[in-house]
Design a binder for this molecule. Structure first.
Ligand code: MN
Length: 363
């Protein structure tokens, strides 16, 4: 290319309406390399054809997109604009999903700091029951379920040592089920307990057979503080709350399919028959240190909580779950009715249900 076809950085800055400083930064970040750098003076020269990429880089930076992804989108944009558009849509869906999680946490903290502690007025406690069943097809039950005064937990083991893995995970969490209210940050306590659970799973399974294809377990647990439930969640077991007659799901599945749904790459109907619908993105195993979802959930008197393995949520529709939870007089009846519903639907998997009601303490 002859030098006269190239623009100086000043001229290119004017044409692209970006500052020379921004252009130098994009060069340093390897987002937009000059067409030529004079070896003697170090001056940067740009080709007119680079204008489009320069503008796109500027817009994507305004969007807050990470640098590595900007590079990818810009490279795609020249070959396949449709694919570049899909990447931007997926990025934005991820941003919105992350924001939703933080919005919930912010709302909780605002509420927590602006209302007087509930202990001063009404004492609340949990009524609870756990029920786990092999189902009608699987040779063994690799689920584990636990319910106590302070701790609710469900774990769904997989692989050759799945049963011991889910047991070990739940046992590690059950150490939090103490008579006294936990002191200090409950979320820190839970996070430590999950790490402990992961160690226990690793020891049970042995180092060689763990991992996504080996042995591991999901874990969904809630720790009662007296006015709130602290949640730790990893995998595709679920937590729901029935409040004022409506059923809300509290957890987000860590599955490949859910992440495709989040990013708008898949629609709900496609997800139901997706070949990888059971593939977990995260679990307790020998893989990298687990990063569970952790959050505080404010409880209200009258709330009914459900923790369950996918043996329930993939066989019984949400509407039916809501109906059975509403119709059952107590936690034990509810846990049993839900398990039976899964078995009536063929019982293809182990099924575990933990149900807990938030009630005023009887002193
Ligand atoms: Mn399962």
């Amino acid at each position: 290319m002859h030098e006269t076809d190239l623009l100086t950085i000043g001229a290119f800055a004017k044409a692209s309406r970006l500052s020379p400083k921004a252009l130098r930064l994009y060069d340093d970040l390897e987002l937009l390399r000059p067409a030529r750098v004079d070896p003697d003076t170090g001056y940067r020269y740009y080709a007119l054809g680079q204008l489009r990429r320069a503008r796109l880089v500027a817009w994507l930076r305004r969007l807050g997109m990470p640098l590595a992804l900007i590079r990818e989108v810009c490279d795609l944009a020249s070959r396949d604009p449709g694919a570049a558009a899909a990447e931007i849509r997926a990025h934005w869906a991820r941003v919105e999903a992350e924001t939703a999680v933080r919005r919930d946490l912010a709302a909780f903290l605002v509420d927590h700091l602006s209302t007087p502690a509930r202990e001063d007025t009404v004492m609340l406690e949990l009524r609870y029951a756990a029920h786990s069943d092999r189902g009608l097809v699987r040779p063994a039950n690799q689920d584990a379920a636990y319910a106590g005064r302070r701790l609710l937990a469900v774990a769904d083991g997989y692989g050759p040592g799945g049963g011991s893995a889910s047991d070990a995970a739940v046992r590690a969490l059950a150490a939090l089920d103490t008579p006294e209210a936990p002191s200090g940050s409950v979320l820190d306590l839970l996070e430590d307990a999950v790490r402990e659970a992961n160690r226990a799973v690793r020891e049970t399974a042995g180092p060689r057979e763990t991992g996504p294809e080996g042995t591991g377990t999901t874990l969904t647990a809630m720790l009662w503080t007296g006015s709130a439930l602290a949640l730790a969640h990893i995998g595709d077991s679920r937590a729901y709350v029935l409040r004022d007659g409506a059923l809300f799901r509290i957890t987000h599945d860590h599955t490949v399919v859910q992440s495709l749904l989040d990013e708008g790459r898949l629609i709900e109907e496609e997800a139901e028959s997706h070949p990888q619908r059971f593939l977990l993105l995260k679990s307790l195993s020998s893989g990298p240190e687990p990063l569970p979802d952790l959050r505080l959930h404010e409880a209200r008197p009258g709330d009914r909580y459900l923790l369950c393995s996918d043996g329930l949520s993939t066989t019984v529709p949400d509407d039916r779950i809501r109906h059975l939870l509403t119709a059952s007089p107590g936690p034990a009846e509810a846990a049993r009715a839900l398990t039976e519903a899964a078995n009536r639907a063929g019982g293809p998997d182990n099924v575990s249900c933990v149900v807990a009601d938030v009630v005023e303490a009887t002193a």
